[in-house]
Design a protein around this ligand. Structure first.
Ligand SMILES: NC(=O)c1ccc[n+]([C@@H]2O[C@H](COP(=O)([O-])OP(=O)(O)OC[C@H]3O[C@@H](n4cnc5c(N)ncnc54)[C@H](OP(=O)(O)O)[C@@H]3O)[C@@H](O)[C@H]2O)c1
Length: 333
């Protein structure tokens, strides 16, 4: 009896393994690799600065027709991008919170589409800010989610039919804060966790159409782009009402601001790791579902973190010296 059960389990495992390897081989055979972009177009949002700006230049050099969505087409970032690129790169006015801009961008893309079509959309536009949840207003949350989450959803829904037609790629720039919940990143985490939920659902739906969906999860690249919102502790303090001033006190706000700014200053100075991952997601035959972009030292921690029980992930924070200082300082005179 035990022998028969063992035999059945063994046979099922071997069959599953054979089917898995077979499926991988078949999918590899049918996956397209687009190292030479000629004839293909790519749309990237948020190209005024940072990752989007650099990716646009790289894809232009690879021969793609690049539609570079910029918040301010007349601004210094968009103008320098146009100057440094070939005539295949087109600057579009694209505020991802505006239905009208997204509609206009689609018309412009359709009118200028090269013969092989729109191969990829890189949803990159985003903002960041930091604040404890009690220091924030609903407007702070709404603004973050409007750009980082609804901006990508709006753009995706509009452009999906074009990408689906060529079995292309959808890429989403998320963050480690999609799964790493910590002090001060509430609004940003909400927007990026929502973005990953959207991208994960889309990947499942798009698989049968041959469209691949990738999520880019950069860690701290605060020194490499314009993402860090500079603010002083006075900026935070002046927004608080008397009750919150009493709860948090000025010394703690000073400390939190100093701590946040110094953490940003320990980030990567250049974006090449992120740009390489984005290029892989757009051009490789086998793009990854997720690209975690942190230092080699941090990789193990961040890979493990999403699988730990909540009691342990919460404990990680309560053990940190900053958390302990915060606890001592709250309500202090
Ligand atoms: N740098 C990091 O450490 C890091 C880490 C994790 C994730 N990320 C993500 O990476 C993405 C790119 O950010 P980045 O680091 O390259 O920062 P960045 O230099 O500030 O680039 C973000 C771009 O998005 C644009 N943008 C802002 N609001 C927009 C809107 N409503 N519509 C269209 N574009 C808009 C910005 O335009 P303006 O310049 O005109 O404001 C800017 O060009 C973001 O989604 C960010 O959340 C960054």
């Amino acid at each position: 009896m035990i022998f028969s059960i063992g035999l059945i389990i063994g046979l099922i495992s071997i069959t599953a393994l054979v089917l898995f390897v077979f499926a991988k081989l078949v999918s590899r055979h049918y996956c397209r690799n687009v190292q030479d972009g000629s004839g293909y177009a790519v749309l990237i949002t948020g190209c005024d600065s940072g990752f989007g700006h650099q990716l646009a230049q790289c894809l232009d050099q690879k021969g793609f027709v690049v539609f570079a969505g910029c918040l301010c087409p007349q601004g210094a970032g968009a103008q320098s991008l146009a100057r440094l690129s070939s005539s295949n790169l087109k600057i579009l006015k694209l505020d991802v919170t505006s239905d009208e801009d997204v509609q206009q961008a689609k018309m412009m893309v359709e009118e200028n589409l090269p013969k092989k079509g729109l191969w990829a959309v890189v949803n990159n536009a985003g903002i960041s800010d930091w604040a404890e949840i009690e220091w924030s207003t609903i407007e702070d949350f709404r603004n973050m989610v409007d750009i980082n989450l609804f901006g990508s959803i709006r753009t995706s829904i509009k452009f999906l039919p074009l990408v689906r037609a060529v079995k292309g790629r959808m890429v989403y720039t998320s963050s480690i804060f999609a799964f790493f919940n910590c002090l001060n990143m509430g609004a940003y985490s909400v927007s990026k966790r929502g973005l990953e939920a959207f991208a994960d659902c889309l990947r499942v739906e798009m698989a049968s159409f041959g469209v691949k969906v990738s999520i880019i999860q950069p860690g701290n690249f605060g020194r490499a782009t314009n993402i860090v919102k500079m603010k002083t502790s006075s900026d935070i303090w002046e927004k608080l009402d008397e009750d919150r001033k009493h709860t948090f006190n000025r010394q703690y706000i000073d400390l939190a601001n100093e701590y946040f700014m110094s953490t940003c200053n320990t980030g990567f100075k250049n974006s090449s790791m992120v740009i390489d991952a984005m290029l892989h997601a757009v051009t490789s035959a086998r793009p990854k579902r997720r690209y975690l972009l942190v230092s080699a030292m941090d990789r193990f921690f961040f890979q493990l973190f999403p699988f730990l029980p909540t009691v342990l992930t919460d404990a990680v924070f309560s053990l940190s010296p900053m958390y302990a200082k915060r606890k001592e300082m709250l309500y202090a005179k």
